[in-house]
Design a protein around this ligand. Structure first.
Ligand SMILES: [Zn+2]
Length: 313
């Protein structure tokens, strides 16, 4: 495989690239480093989907973290069995930040919508399997509360993106999650490029566990989708798009990486991975990602990978 791929289509500044020899360029971590968010919305609708489908299941509750929008960092109890394990699911982007914009059969599809659709399906599956699930967001919103100054010309500012990603890590920590999974979709200039790739951070004390998680998730996704296996990568192998000078010297995904004073003061405390199951710039893959069948298949694969990891197998 040629290397991680991704194009920083919505990142203003790209000052660093660890893999200078790669002809491809990158966007994935865009997720982590880049855009997110938007105006605070109410989580009601998605919460009802999650709870309503489960009949008597308890209502979702918000994990107490300062500075969250309503409906962010929502905790859902298991609906069958009690495994005493919490899975943190982060649907990438949201609100003002659409993430990748793709086309599926003549219809525009937004990464933020597909990550939420997959994450919501995954949450229902895991709850049925006995896990408590905490979702960074359950509606089309940012995670951190925003002010008018956080959106300029319709896009989130760099500092707002940074704060939103920190809020996602803070949510996972406050939830005492056993594992963190951030869901994104990929993009590239060449629409023929497709496939799946997964990232983890190798600098953390629990890096071996994160690597196992990333490997299990990647294997399950590739098996389920039958598409190109672009591999498992460490986040410092990304041609990291940077938003600020602080970000450029960090070199990790904010949600997965280590502490860095003044930039990531409270890093995530549990093994984590960021998965990009498909490319939304590939028309065929975008169409599948936008379909109910595709979203169910992806969610099912993530469930398989997560549960293999959590079982210690
Ligand atoms: Zn993304």
């Amino acid at each position: 495989m040629a290397g991680p791929i991704a194009k920083a289509r919505h990142v203003q500044t790209r000052s660093r690239r660890r893999r200078g020899s790669s002809p491809l360029f990158r966007t994935a971590l865009v997720l982590a480093l880049a855009l997110t968010s938007g105006l605070a919305l109410v989580a009601g609708r998605s919460s009802m989907v999650l709870n309503g489908a489960q009949g008597s299941a308890p209502a979702a509750t918000q994990v107490p973290v300062s500075g969250l929008v309503a409906g962010a960092c929502m905790s859902f109890a298991p609906v069958a069995g009690r495994l005493d394990k919490t899975v943190f699911i982060d649907p990438g982007h949201g609100g003002v930040d659409p993430g990748v914009v793709g086309m599926a059969g003549g219809t525009q599809v937004l990464e933020k919508d597909l990550t939420l659709a997959v994450g919501t399906r995954l949450a229902s599956m895991l709850r049925t399997d006995g896990y408590r699930v905490v979702m960074s967001r359950v509606a089309d919103s940012s995670v951190a509360r925003q002010s008018a100054a956080d959106v300029v010309a319709g896009a989130m500012t760099a500092s707002a993106v940074h704060r939103d990603l920190l809020a996602r890590a803070a949510c996972a920590n406050a939830a005492s999650a056993s594992v963190l999974l951030s869901i994104h979709f990929d993009a590239f200039d060449d629409p023929s490029v497709g496939g799946s790739e997964t990232f983890y951070d190798s600098a953390r004390s629990f890096a071996p566990a994160s690597k196992r998680l990333a490997t299990d998730v990647q294997a399950a996704v590739v098996t389920a989708l039958g598409n190109s296996d672009r591999g498992v990568w460490t986040d410092d192998q990304l041609a990291a798009p940077t938003l600020t000078s602080s970000g450029s010297s960090y070199g990790h995904l904010i949600e997965l990486g280590p502490a860095a004073a003044g930039w990531v003061d409270n890093p995530s405390k549990m093994p984590g991975a960021l998965v990009e199951p498909l490319f939304l710039t590939n028309p065929e893959e975008a169409r599948y990602a936008a379909s109910a069948a595709g979203q169910d298949r992806i969610a099912g694969a993530l469930r398989t990978g997560l549960e293999k990891y959590l079982s210690g197998a």
